[in-house]
Design a binder for this molecule. Structure first.
Ligand SMILES: Nc1ncnc2c1ncn2[C@@H]1O[C@H](COP(=O)(O)OP(=O)(O)O)[C@@H](O)[C@H]1O
Ligand SMILES: [Mg+2]
Length: 298
């Protein structure tokens, strides 16, 4: 069996290349030849008529594509041409945009922080009025969470304490999509990361900030501990994965006032080095086993 590992041609940090090596290694253990292809490499060969590219040659056609990128149009293209793509383009698109994730999960009855999606504006115009912030202040009261819809590692998530900070952040984010959210105080500086593969939670870690930050992300100084999730937490994470139509994902869960789980976000391309260091579970192995089952059994 052979597969493609689709990655982004412009991400060169160790954090990403290390993940590729893990996935290739996990594939090798299962007797799968996993070939790295960058989005730029594939797209350059894809003309819209699909002529004479290696993509139409059945000898080189992979049995599956492990899509470890967010180039959704490429994922869609491959699906249209009959490739088995994991995760699917639609699922990646829903996860990539935190507002879309919210709409999808909230409408399915999943408990998430109360959220208001910022009105869209145009790049060359920006926000010519900030009047809409009045309603956000009234709905949530301070402090308020502001999140860019496209962001990761906690880097595009902010906590603002007053109108001035709110306006500064909004103007700074400019025309990039964003949302506003109630701050779940009971989860200040802590959350859970549950790694789901198929309909199973394969590893869980408790993350907590050690430097007073409200965000628990390990890449910005959070610490981690292995954690035994409750049935409620596991069921919730698995349900999110099903609703979005994912094959595997990292689900972030906050702690409500009475300890009840509140879904923060879902990551289609969750990094799994930290969870390995924390729990000893190799998520790459689980992903590869899952893909083989799906390809062979359906
Ligand atoms: N509404 C919220 N209330 C309390 N803490 C939050 C809230 N939203 C996010 N956080 C904290 O910020 C971190 C980063 O937010 P998240 O939405 O997961 O963005 P990212 O994709 O950057 O990880 C979370 O892991 C959590 O610790
Ligand atoms: Mg997160």
């Amino acid at each position: 069996m052979k597969g493609w590992l689709v990655t982004n041609g412009f991400l060169h940090s160790n954090k990403f290349t290390e993940l590729n090596l893990w996935l290739i290694e996990a594939a090798k253990k299962q007797g799968i030849d996993l070939l790295v292809k960058t989005n730029s490499e594939i797209l350059a060969k894809l003309d819209s008529h699909f002529h004479k590219t290696e993509l139409v040659n059945n000898n080189t056609k992979p049995d599956f594509v492990l899509f470890w990128d967010k180039d959704i149009k490429l994922a869609k293209y491959l699906e249209m041409k009959g490739y088995a793509v994991f995760n699917s383009s639609d699922a990646i698109a829903t996860c990539d945009d935190k507002a879309l994730t919210h709409l999808c999960l909230q409408s399915a009855g999943i408990k998430m922080p109360r959220t208001i999606i910022a009105p869209m504006t145009y790049g060359n115009i920006g926000y010519t009025s900030l009047e809409f912030l009045d309603q956000i202040e009234t709905s949530f009261g301070y402090p308020i969470i502001v999140k860019e819809c496209f962001g990761s590692f906690g880097q595009q998530v902010y906590l603002v304490y007053n109108r001035r900070e709110l306006e500064d952040i909004v103007l700074n984010i400019g025309s990039n999509p964003m949302l506003f959210q109630e701050f779940i105080k009971s989860s200040n500086g802590k959350d859970l990361r549950l790694q789901v593969v198929g309909n199973q939670v394969v590893a869980t870690m408790y993350r907590y900030s050690a430097n007073g930050d409200f965000r628990a992300n390990v890449s910005i100084g959070g610490k981690m501990k292995p954690y035994e999730p409750t049935k409620e937490q596991m069921d919730l994470a698995i349900q999110c994965v099903k609703i979005i139509g994912l094959d595997f994902a990292g689900v972030d869960i906050l702690f409500g006032e009475n300890g009840e789980p509140i879904v923060c976000e879902v990551n289609s391309n969750a990094h799994f080095k930290n969870i390995y260091d924390c729990t000893g579970v190799n998520v790459a192995d689980h992903i590869m086993e899952y893909i083989i089952k799906r390809i062979c059994i359906g």
